[in-house]
Design a protein around this ligand. Structure first.
Ligand SMILES: CC(C)(COP(=O)(O)OP(=O)(O)OC[C@H]1O[C@@H](n2cnc3c(N)ncnc32)[C@H](O)[C@@H]1OP(=O)(O)O)[C@@H](O)C(=O)NCCC(=O)NCCS
Length: 410
């Protein structure tokens, strides 16, 4: 089995049966069920779960290059037969299982984080689960990720006491706070009130349109205006589609726009933010990015970006620019921008040769400290949903999913 971080996705094809076998195997290994019990059969029957509920699997690349299912979890909407305690609007997490040989590698956490993300994406108001005292490892995972015991909802049969835990997504910053901390060089406001960012292509965030209402002439007319603005600027049309923008999504789909990326908005409050851990790491903070900061952020991939424009986009909001120096050279950077009581963390990059030495973690911690010293009360950041490495880092520092959006591009 490879050591790369696993990928969590909705089970398809043969993954469904694999997930069922794995769930039964995991519960049997921990003696949570006996082989002859009906429940063992139910655990194995992932086909029915995949139809009635959402069946997630964690996969890793096997030695032969094929993907291997190493963990699974089921998410049952209220009212389905798999939901035992869910109330209206809640999503019930069930049958979390990691293959015995794949344990102690954070896969359960990846699965539960994916469940939290799914809860946010589908707009459920809360995740709920029942757990047995024998499931100590799982309970530590739930507590670490922000689940809270709800003893008044505990339930059980004759000898079994099931403890109910819930997780409620934090309030997201909202698209206007997001844009205020990453303002495009120019914003065109359409007749319908959409905000069309134009910044000569420097970052998708500053070169995309935000749908805000459909105006009197409808979504189609708003999109026509967006397309005209981008055509005039010589840029591709890109639209940020939020969870509630269903009519916009349908219209974009009809016009042939493809999903260019999916982004999660993660939030944590700053009241009990963890303190920095490595006081000896030399981190400098400035009110503007210098050349070394910019070069580290832009890295090799975006090295040919228009630096003046990049600087202009960055400087559009009040912010602090932190750089960690190793042997006198910038090895990692992060930006903290401010709007209302929010701090927006962005631009975290550690030079490839300096990775896996705790710099990313320490820079994020220092950013939280700076944010708090500036009077911010909550922090948010955006991370692409496939960036498992960054997602793990942020989850370990208490960030939780609060919102999700995707970019669609023609
Ligand atoms: C994300 C990034 C900043 C992490 O920097 P880093 O200095 O290597 O991270 P750290 O050494 O502080 O690692 C902290 C945690 O990140 C996670 N992590 C880092 N590298 C990982 C890897 N290769 N595989 C799995 N998890 C990893 C782990 O949870 C790690 O904790 P652990 O070491 O206790 O397992 C770096 O990989 C990077 O620059 N990536 C490209 C830019 C990017 O993705 N930025 C985030 C944009 S939102």
């Amino acid at each position: 089995m490879s050591a790369a971080a696993p990928v969590v996705s909705v089970a398809t094809g043969s993954q469904v049966a694999d997930a069922g076998a794995l769930t039964a195997e995991a519960y049997l290994a921990d003696r949570l069920v006996a082989p002859d019990e009906d429940y063992a059969l139910e655990l194995r029957d992932a086909q029915r779960r995949a139809v009635e509920a959402t069946l997630l699997v964690a996969t890793v690349e096997g030695t032969d290059g094929a993907s291997v299912v190493v963990g699974t979890v089921t998410l049952a909407p209220y009212g389905t037969s798999y939901a035992e305690v869910a109330e209206p609007g809640e999503l019930e997490l069930r049958m979390l299982a990691v293959a015995p040989e794949a344990r102690r590698r954070g896969i359960a956490e990846d699965l539960v984080r994916a469940a939290m993300r799914h809860c946010v994406v589908v707009g459920a108001r809360r995740l709920v689960l029942s757990t047995l005292d024998a499931m100590q490892t799982a309970q530590r995972v739930y507590a670490r990720l922000g689940f809270v015991a709800q003893p008044h909802r505990d339930w059980g049969h004759v000898e079994i006491h099931l403890r109910v835990h819930t997780w409620t997504p934090p309030e997201p910053p909202g698209v206007l706070v997001e844009q205020a901390t990453w303002p495009p060089a120019r914003v065109h406001v359409t007749e319908a009130g959409w905000r069309v960012g134009v910044s000569a292509g420097v970052t998708r965030r500053a070169n995309s349109a935000i749908p805000l209402g459909s105006g009197s002439r409808g979504v189609g007319a708003a999109l026509d205006e967006v397309e005209a603005v981008y055509a005039a600027a010589g840029l591709p049309s890109i639209v940020r589609v939020g969870r509630a923008d269903r009519d916009v999504e349908a219209e974009l789909e009809a016009r042939g726009y493809e999903v260019a990326s999916e982004t999660d908005v993660l939030v944590r409050d700053l009241a009990q933010a963890p303190a920095a851990e490595r006081p000896h790491l030399h981190v400098v903070s400035a009110a503007a990015p210098d050349d070394a900061w910019l070069s580290t952020w832009l890295g090799a991939k975006k090295a040919d970006a228009d630096r003046a424009l990049a600087r202009q986009v960055l400087l559009g909001a009040p912010a602090d620019y932190l750089a960690a120096a190793v042997d006198g050279h910038a090895a990692g950077v992060i930006r903290v921008a401010y709007s209302e009581d929010w701090a927006a963390l962005s631009c975290l990059v550690v030079r490839p040769d300096a990775r896996r030495h705790g710099l990313g973690r320490e820079l994020t911690l220092r950013a939280l400290e700076v944010a708090r010293s500036r009077g911010a009360r909550r922090a948010f950041l955006q991370v692409e949903s496939h960036n498992v490495i960054a997602a793990r880092l942020y989850a370990a520092l208490g960030f939780q999913p609060a919102d999700a959006y995707r970019y669609r591009q023609r």
